[in-house]
Design a binder for this molecule. Structure first.
Ligand code: XMP
Length: 317
């Protein structure tokens, strides 16, 4: 059976033998896999690990600042790069889901390549690839796959010519979490819900504007904080809010309003391939709905998604 302590010990030794005194660059996403990979490498080679955490402007509310501080608190050699405007301008007027994914993948590669060039004499690219990524199940849509699918487009970015090191490539997700625990990574970070690489862009149906990002971040924060406060967060595999491209009529005092509709989604799943919607308590839904409509300017209606996968997908785009 798998023993995280032995894995960490062996892995650190192997990493030290493999990369020696070379410099390694790694992209942190805020997710479990890249974080565990970074902490392992940090243990093995310390300051020769250069982590890059990119803000694509489509993360959850305050996520970039919070997670960057968390990374620094863990002693990682990390640079936060706020490229929000670059991503948002590449997405300007883009409506189609796959076109959004492509635009984000392309800009990510450009930003990461610029940053990797600033590290003198870097030899290795580390990735948090895990076993299911290798066998290409659900994580085929993950960040490493984004990079893979761009392999053949207009030649490789320079950082993709680096030698690859993937310390987690034989592990399943639950093993990665156990390794993370052994490494002393915060339980809250290890228990985070999955979050898609293209972020909120695929939860804003249709064209993206900074105002829509702001609205969705606020709605999402009310929902996610509410789940945590009511002890529901850990009972749900993934949750989030979707900003619909429709306005609906409402009333506020004696005024008629004509504002946005948001959908809430919470699912149970083991691997994301199939999923059931979660029967969140009505009282909770009522409270969250009121809080969203009262607090978030521009939203006057909240609906709950009661579709399972298949045939619906978890994301709406
Ligand atoms: P779907 O919507 O296909 O989602 O049921 C299954 C899981 O994959 C995530 N997802 C993505 N992750 N890049 C990612 O890194 C993507 O483009 C992407 N699209 C969906 C989704 O959040 C869910 O966990």
């Amino acid at each position: 059976s798998f023993t995280p302590n032995a894995f960490v010990e062996d892995c650190v030794k192997e990493l030290q033998e493999k990369v020696g005194n070379d410099k390694v660059v790694l992209g942190l996403s805020g997710g479990v896999d890249s974080t565990v990979a970074a902490v392992l490498l940090n243990k093995a080679i310390g300051k020769n690990l250069y982590c890059i955490f990119v803000n694509n402007g489509l993360l959850r509310k305050n996520e970039f600042e919070n997670v960057l501080n968390q990374y620094k608190g863990m002693g990682l050699n990390v640079k936060g790069v706020d490229a929000s405007e670059r991503f948002l301008s590449a997405l300007d007027g883009v409506e189609e889901p796959e076109a959004k994914r492509k635009a984000i993948g392309r800009v990510f590669i450009e930003v990461f390549d610029d940053e990797a060039h600033q590290i003198e004499d870097v030899k290795w690219l580390a990735q948090g690839t895990i076993y299911p990524d290798v066998i290409e199940s659900v994580s085929v849509k993950g960040p490493s796959a984004t990079i893979k699918s761009h392999h053949n487009v207009g030649g490789l970015p320079d950082y993709m010519k680096l030698q690859i090191v993937e310390p987690l490539r034989m592990l399943f997700k639950d093993e990665v979490r156990r390794v993370g625990k052994t490494l002393g990574i915060d339980a809250e970070l290890l228990g985070r819900h999955p979050f898609p690489g293209p972020g909120l862009s695929i939860r804003i149906l249709g064209a993206i504007t900074p105002e829509k990002v702001r609205i969705l971040q606020d709605v999402d924060a009310v929902f996610i904080n509410g789940l945590k406060e009511h002890g529901l967060y850990d009972k749900v595999w993934q949750a989030g809010a979707i900003l619909l491209p429709v306005n609906s009529v409402g009333v506020m005092g004696d005024e008629r309003t004509y504002e946005k509709v948001v959908a809430l989604r919470a699912v149970e799943s083991t691997d994301g391939m199939t999923a059931d919607w979660v029967h969140l308590p009505y009282d909770f839904l009522m409270k969250i709905s009121n809080e969203i409509i009262n607090k978030v300017k521009g939203v006057n209606r909240v609906v709950y998604d009661i579709s399972s996968k298949p045939p619906a997908t978890i994301e709406w785009e």
